[in-house]
Design a protein around this ligand. Structure first.
Ligand SMILES: [Zn+2]
Length: 375
């Protein structure tokens, strides 16, 4: 029998496995969770993302009465950063109600909590009620694991999605999309003393950067997310001071809202920047958003209210998640971002999660599963 407090124990076990990405090495973590879930009656399948790396999909129930309810989370973490940690990032030590370690909040506690809730509920659920746990590798470097599952057709179906990213147990109804583009300009190299003999790719890039700075989105802003944003994050050009550079690259980070059509935006930027600029898409994830009045979201708000001690109002997350990749396969079912981790602790030195929130999230997830299977 799995106890609610086991979510804390399971979080510790996961934190003790170093899954810093790169290189990831998530397979051990995935196998550990898979073995536990199999013992509770789930079917586990592993999907490789390279040497020592794997995502896990664990399913139970036949889904004959209703599409599966999906819980998703990633098991890779970001690197430790340059600042010194006060706590050992892989010891999973607890102090004053907090559990410390890399990935504690983002998001091993979330994965542990929904896995424990699913295991606890599994025995009492009718076989017609299906659950699908999608536990991914390679999220932190651009949702590679989730995209691989999508491209390989491994995701099956889902009628609703819970993304256990850190939200302090506050249910969030979506997040912005992201479009990372690389703009490259080309020129003709020449000796720096004879610039007229060449074509300067950096000047072309500078013109492009100015046009990007002046770019304004024409879509209507979104009620909760506001307007899309565009930022030039990098600009590289030239190899040495005494040559006319023949290539320059601009890194563009666009955060979109549901009213932006990504394909149309790429076409628009390409025409604004003109034929001297080549645009390449590095990452393309749509915004995730469900109206708060959607009945399943309403039911999640309602059941989380006593756990939170307040009635949730519609809010969105600042980060993006694997849901953007998953929802391509699932056809945008209602999606909530709900996890016990602390969003402000994600990617921080001395990252921690709060033990009480981990245990409360298990109760919340169990209620979500129970209601899904009753209705
Ligand atoms: Zn995360």
């Amino acid at each position: 029998m799995v106890k609610a407090s086991d979510a804390v124990e399971l979080t510790k076990e996961l934190v003790r496995m170093n899954t810093i990405n790169p290189p990831g090495q998530e397979e051990r973590c995935a196998r550990h969770l898979g073995a536990l879930l199999e013992r509770a009656g789930f079917e586990a399948s592993y999907h490789s993302l390279g040497e020592g790396r794997a995502s896990l999909i664990a399913t139970r129930g036949n889904g004959s009465s209703k599409l599966p309810l999906c819980f998703t989370g990633h098991i890779d973490t970001v690197p430790l950063g340059v600042a010194r940690w006060r706590m050992d990032p892989f010891a999973a030590e607890t102090d004053s109600g907090k559990l410390y370690g890399r990935g504690a909040s983002d998001m091993k506690c979330g994965v542990a909590a929904f896995s424990v809730a699913a295991m606890r509920m599994a025995r009492s659920l009718p076989s017609s009620c299906a659950l699908s746990l999608v536990i991914t590798a390679g999220e932190e470097t651009g949702c590679e694991g989730a995209f691989r599952l999508y491209r390989d057709g491994r995701l099956g179906k889902a009628g609703a999605v819970v993304v256990a990213e850190p939200s302090s147990n506050y249910p969030l109804v979506g997040h912005k999309g992201v479009l990372w583009l690389k703009a490259t300009t080309h020129g003709v190299s020449a000796h720096g003393s004879m610039p007229r003999e060449g074509i300067n790719a950096v000047y072309r890039a500078a013109h492009a950067v100015t046009r990007l700075e002046q770019f304004r989105f024409s879509n209507p802003p979104h009620a909760l997310m506001g307007q899309a944003t565009l930022n030039v994050g990098t600009l590289h050009g030239g190899l040495n001071i005494n040559s006319v550079p023949d290539q320059a690259e601009i890194g563009i980070d666009i955060r979109t809202v549901p009213t932006v059509d990504h394909a149309e935006l790429i076409r628009l930027l390409a025409s604004e920047l003109g034929p001297e600029v080549d645009l390449q898409t590095l990452l393309n994830l749509n915004a995730v958003y469900t109206e708060a009045r959607e009945p399943w979201i309403q039911s999640v708000f309602e059941l989380m209210a006593p756990i939170l001690g307040e009635t949730p109002v519609p809010r969105v997350a600042t980060y993006f998640s694997d849901a953007a990749a998953l929802n391509r396969a699932y056809g945008d079912p209602p999606t909530v971002i709900l996890g016990p981790g602390e969003a402000h602790m994600a990617h921080q030195t001395d990252e921690y999660c709060v033990l009480e929130k981990v245990e409360k999230s298990v109760a919340g997830y169990e209620e979500i599963i129970g209601r899904w299977c009753q209705s």
